[in-house]
Design a protein around this ligand. Sequence first.
Ligand SMILES: Cc1cc2nc3c(=O)[nH]c(=O)nc-3n(C[C@H](O)[C@H](O)[C@H](O)COP(=O)(O)OP(=O)(O)OC[C@H]3O[C@@H](n4cnc5c(N)ncnc54)[C@H](O)[C@@H]3O)c2cc1C
Length: 361
Amino acid sequence: MSQHVLIAGGGIVGCLTAMELVSRGCQVTIVERNQIASQTSGESSWAGAGIMFPLLPWMYSDHVNTLTSNGAGRYKEICERLFKETGIDPQMLNSGFLLLPSFDRAAALAWCTRYQVTTEEAQASDFGVQSTSGEDALWLPQVNQVRPPCLMHALRTWLEKHKVRLLERTELMPLPAEITKLTSWRTTKGELLEADCFIVTSGAWSFELLKEVASKLQVKPMRGQIVLYKPERNPGAVIYREGFYLVPRRDGYLLAGSTLEDVGFDHSTTDAVREEICAKAEALMPELKGLPIIKHWSGLRPGTPENLPVIGPHPGVENLFLNTGHFRYGLTMGPASASLIAALVCNEQPWTDPAPFSLPQ
Ligand SMILES: Cc1cc2nc3c(=O)[nH]c(=O)nc-3n(C[C@H](O)[C@H](O)[C@H](O)COP(=O)(O)OP(=O)(O)OC[C@H]3O[C@@H](n4cnc5c(N)ncnc54)[C@H](O)[C@@H]3O)c2cc1C
């Protein structure tokens, strides 16, 4: 009989994990306290910008880069499959990435050579944006983006078609301290959900669920806000300058963001941040001044030290696995970490050594 896996949380990490498990013949249930693929109370996946590239990869460890590079590399096949099987286009786009000064050029070039990422010297004016520096920009033509709400919608539809049980508006209770083997998980309504194994993909809320059984798990919410424009012209590439980016979509919308705010589970948007984002966006593209803000939203990232997620079994609780803490790059890392956890759950050879991602003891 096939293994029944219960996934706690229906963001990008939970949905991609479910997809991998279905492909391995598992029976899967996703438990989500809100609604999968919708913008609800602060979840990260809908809110993300969808850039398939870390900001900036040479600032991170090899372990982070292993996950982001592998994850980004899997998206083309996933998006094609989702489109073919659901008719919903996740809008993966090869928009490239323009890196404006100032940045550590030597580190950038060394990293790009090592990871075989093509670079070209470029000017901000080639893309119709303003630079405050006389230095050249760096153009990375291979960088892709995906549109998170479309990706999530396609994933949800794919999972439904493949008979994954989506238990929405169902909230799981934190696990009790004394537990050593998990065979069922209690919901806030008192129902006991049984499965052969359980994977925590609860994003920023993971520590709340696990603090009694994983006191060293360091996952905390880190808010990010994004502002949406619809200019007459857009730069046609992701533009990045000193922690700030513009992301053009295929239909002309332009995202500007984002912030990194340590404000707990407060997922509101603020006027002060909107003004800050608008000022940075207008400095890059003066014609944005005076345009209406189409939308302004926030999401709570699952923040972790060094941006390193935890992917693997809980060493003290049988049948419990974690796939959480992807912080700023859960969309990029998602396919890589989903494949890794699915292999571990199914006792298969994983694509990489899971040791660097194990739960801190
Ligand atoms: C502004 C912003 C920009 C970003 N840009 C990018 C980018 O360009 N590229 C990139 O790779 N990444 C980006 N990210 C990061 C990325 O979005 C996250 O790393 C990723 O979405 C995390 O996915 P997740 O599934 O772990 O978390 P979430 O999407 O938050 O999903 C967790 C789910 O668990 C559910 N849950 C929690 N507790 C319970 C419970 N008790 N019972 C049941 N369900 C529960 C929640 O409701 C939620 O739906 C960005 C994030 C933000 C906020």
